[in-house]
Design a protein around this ligand. Structure first.
Ligand code: FES
Ligand code: FES
Length: 234
């Protein structure tokens, strides 16, 4: 009698003893299912968790505009503005004095320099409502029309500008710079800050004008203009 031939089984283990029995296969499948359920549980919990408290996205109620009285270049301005309006925006957008320029709007360039009670400040860094009762001077108020001040003439004669965007701030700053020097105010370039600076050197001028950036790089001529105006008694 010929032997019974079975078809070959591919990948079948050669050791018949390693073939899983039916109960073992069932246990393996049960434990795998349990492990999968555990792994998914945190995700399921996250999906089912109650929503976190919503962020407080309520927009604060706008503060209404209010009357603000400013004295600019010797003239009274009755403005109606929100308390959040900067002095720079009040000058340009409400008082229509657009000589003061907005460069960076964050206190870095000096283009917005104006004088408040004779002291130079960056108008973009202060609120208009804070300056009621003070004297504000912009580039339009440095001199009478058609009668430029000494520092303005010096800027023209020294060709101390190119595009001119920084020039209103430079002029206000230079005006205050000369006043500060005349008052004996020391600067970081003064050799001994306990004494009056003896002369307005180029180093003193550069240091005192260092808050005013000129993107055209007209610095050499600006320093020369300030020096000339000082020599002329400004
Ligand atoms: S616009 Fe104010 S410092 Fe630049
Ligand atoms: S002249 Fe152009 S930025 Fe100064």
């Amino acid at each position: 009698m010929s032997p019974t031939l079975h078809p070959p089984r591919h990948n079948a283990p050669t050791d018949a003893s390693s073939e899983p029995t039916e109960p073992a296969r069932r246990r393996f499948l049960q434990s795998a299912a349990a492990a999968a359920a555990l792994g998914a549980a945190p995700h399921l919990r996250a999906q089912n968790a109650p929503d976190a408290a919503p962020a407080d996205t309520a927009t604060p109620a706008p503060v209404p505009a209010q009357p603000v009285h400013l004295t600019i270049n010797g003239r009274d301005y009755a403005l109606h503005i929100e308390p959040r309006v900067t002095l720079l925006d009040a000058l340009r957008d409400y008082a229509q004095l657009t000589g003061t320029k907005k460069g960076c709007d964050r206190g870095q360039c000096g283009a917005c320099t104006v004088l408040v009670d004779g002291r130079r400040i960056n108008a973009c860094l202060t609120l208009a409502v804070m300056h009621e009762g003070q004297r504000i001077t912009t580039v339009e108020g440095l001199a009478a029309p058609n009668a430029p001040s000494t520092i303005q003439r010096a800027f023209v004669e020294r060709d101390a500008l190119q595009c001119g965007f920084c020039t209103p701030g430079q002029l206000c700053s230079a005006t205050a710079c000369l006043t500060e020097f005349a008052a004996g105010t020391a600067s970081a370039a003064t050799a001994d800050v306990r004494t009056r600076p003896s002369e307005l050197s180029d180093a003193e001028i550069r240091e005192r004008m260092s808050g005013n950036i000129c993107r055209c790089g007209a610095y050499a001529n600006i320093v020369a203009a300030v020096r000339d105006a000082h020599s002329a008694g400004a």
